[in-house]
Design a protein around this ligand. Structure first.
Ligand code: HEM
Length: 505
């Protein structure tokens, strides 16, 4: 790597000097003729590419995924067959902060894994929580506007954050997780992660089941308190990146066990709530975890920009045997990632080595900026063609899915089975006393600067999830329990109306 080599310009010609400009006379101006200087400055000016719109700050590593159990009755995906070993690349991220943000912020963590399978790439783009704030793709850009910088002050705003979160009660379960001790993991190695959405699996007979993906850390869960995180952030803003990198360099490879939960189409049709709503979870007691295999991270990237920054994951990338579901949030993501990457990295971003499939790619796409391979030479560029090359493979067609109902804008809140507080209440009830205290304190600290109307909205949601949760948050936030109880009798629209003004009676 550091062996002596001669310096060249951008097209391989020798460079005489890389430190002293050519000037007219020893004290005179710089000459345009110093073309290497012009090239050097021009390239430097273009070195920053757009950061990811969210999940901008991240760290990544290569690894392998090994299937240890047999789930072939559910899926024909080769990557999920017993004994299969597949190369992977995983990137961890915080969501709200920009590329220069500190690692140990209270936030959810993104975890995206690219499986370079023998049937093409499969990208599982998840988070370290089993659920999400919102469930309609329409709300996604707004969520990010609310958690990112305020347009007037340029600063992050707890007011905007909590206003948005509490106006959409489906955020409640995820807020509870983010405010709990799990809101600041001690390291990426010490957290679980999840596909979150309902996906599908289908087997050789094209029989479909719905499925959720879970990855449980083998390193054990460890978290930071606010105080610990503040200290770490003040000493090393790249703490999580360093932890992951060092562990891998030292041969202490982090591992996660992968499980799936499976629901049949019949179970889904009779489920007590919408199984395709990402803000709902499937209880483990009803849909037990089925072990599948192990993900191990064992090799650091050689170059951060080339491999970690230019990594591009897309939920649209699935392989035969793994499919999508009617989840309206997932459906939106199927478009968003490729589109963002065409802007961030260019139309040929899948040719960048970290993104390139390990199998032959024959896709009929041609040309575009930064086309650096042979562009398929003289092979036909259209289909159908008479040359008989690159024919479609109908045998990988997914099983058909019957749909019902009229086309319309259906608000999930109008679904009579919808309960935004069940899962958050269930979570509260399984927390130990110590964890309850941490959750209440973290929430009270985080919401402290927010106006009372918004605090009341959250207090009501806590109360609806579990009266004890409501009472303890109300007390910690210095609110009136009588008022919370009164507001808790209102339906969601009336509650919003009653808490719309920052000045509450
Ligand atoms: C409709 C909802 C969503 C939309 C429209 C959306 C869109 C995006 C976009 C545009 C990016 C940047 C991609 C890039 O520049 O490469 C991104 C990154 C990411 N998103 Fe989402 N997202 C959504 C929901 C979610 C959910 C529910 C999860 C987790 C289950 C998630 C996990 C991630 C992760 C982990 C990354 C970073 C990937 C990386 O490391 O490169 N997103 N998202």
């Amino acid at each position: 790597m550091n062996e002596h080599k001669n310096l060249t310009n951008e097209v391989g010609a020798p460079v005489a000097d890389n430190e002293v400009s050519i000037t007219a006379g020893s004290r005179g101006p710089v000459m345009m003729q110093d073309v290497w200087l012009m090239e050097k400055m021009a390239h430097f000016n273009r070195e920053v590419i757009p950061e990811r719109r969210m999940h901008a700050k991240g760290w990544g590593a290569y690894g392998k995924f090994t299937v240890t159990h047999d789930i072939s009755r559910y899926t024909k995906a080769k990557v999920l067959q017993p004994g299969a070993v597949t190369e992977t690349f995983t990137r961890f991220s915080t969501v709200a902060g920009e590329r220069g943000a500190a690692d140990c912020e209270r936030d959810i963590r993104g975890v995206a894994t690219k499986f370079y399978t023998e049937e093409g790439n499969w990208d599982l783009v998840g988070n370290n929580t089993p659920t999400f704030f919102i469930r309609d793709v329409h709300n996604f850009s707004d969520l990010n506007r609310a958690v990112k910088r305020d347009p007037r002050t340029g600063r992050r705003s707890a007011q905007n954050n909590w206003d948005f979160w509490t106006l959409l009660p489906e955020c409640f379960h995820q807020i509870t997780i983010v405010m709990s001790d799990r809101g600041i993991p001690a390291s990426f190695r010490n957290m679980h992660f999840f596909g979150e959405h309902t996906f599908s699996l289908y087997n050789e007979k094209n029989e479909r089941v719905w499925c959720k993906f879970h990855f449980k850390t083998q390193q054990g869960i460890k978290n930071f308190s606010n105080e610990e995180a503040a200290k770490v952030n003040s000493l090393d803003r790249e703490y999580h990146g360093k932890d992951l990198y060092d562990a891998i360099e030292e041969g202490d490879f982090p591992k996660w066990t992968m499980y799936v939960q499976v629901m049949t189409e019949e179970q889904a049709a009779n489920h007590y709530e919408n199984p395709f709503d990402i803000t709902k979870i499937w209880r483990h007691a009803e849909y037990p975890l089925i072990e599948v295999g192990e993900l191990e991270l064992n090799r650091n990237a050689d170059n951060y920009f080339a491999e970690v920054e230019q990594a591009a994951f897309a939920p649209a990338h699935v392989v035969p045997g793994i499919g999508f579901s009617p989840d309206r949030f997932l459906q939106g993501r199927l478009f968003a990632y490729g589109d963002a990457q065409r802007y961030r990295l260019g139309v040929n971003h899948n040719h960048i080595p970290v993104n390139r499939a390990k199998v032959e790619v024959n896709e009929y796409h041609r040309d575009g900026a930064m086309r650096t391979d042979g562009n398929y030479g003289g092979a036909p560029a259209y289909t159908p063609n008479s040359a008989g090359v690159w024919t479609a493979q109908p045998e990988v067609m997914e099983p058909e899915l019957s749909l019902e109902g009229a086309m319309y804008r259906y608000d999930p809140k109008d679904d009579p089975t919808d309960d935004c507080f069940r899962a958050g209440g269930d979570l509260w009830r399984v927390l130990t006393e110590e964890k309850k205290q941490i959750l209440i304190q973290n929430t009270a600290d985080d919401i402290a600067s927010v106006t009372p109307n918004i605090k009341y909205r959250h207090a009501v949601h806590c109360y609806l999830a579990d009266p004890e949760y409501g009472e303890r948050f109300t007390e910690a936030a210095g609110l009136s329990m009588d008022k919370v109880k009164k507001l808790a009798k209102l339906d969601n629209k009336s509650l919003i109306q009653a808490t719309i003004s920052p000045i509450m009676e």
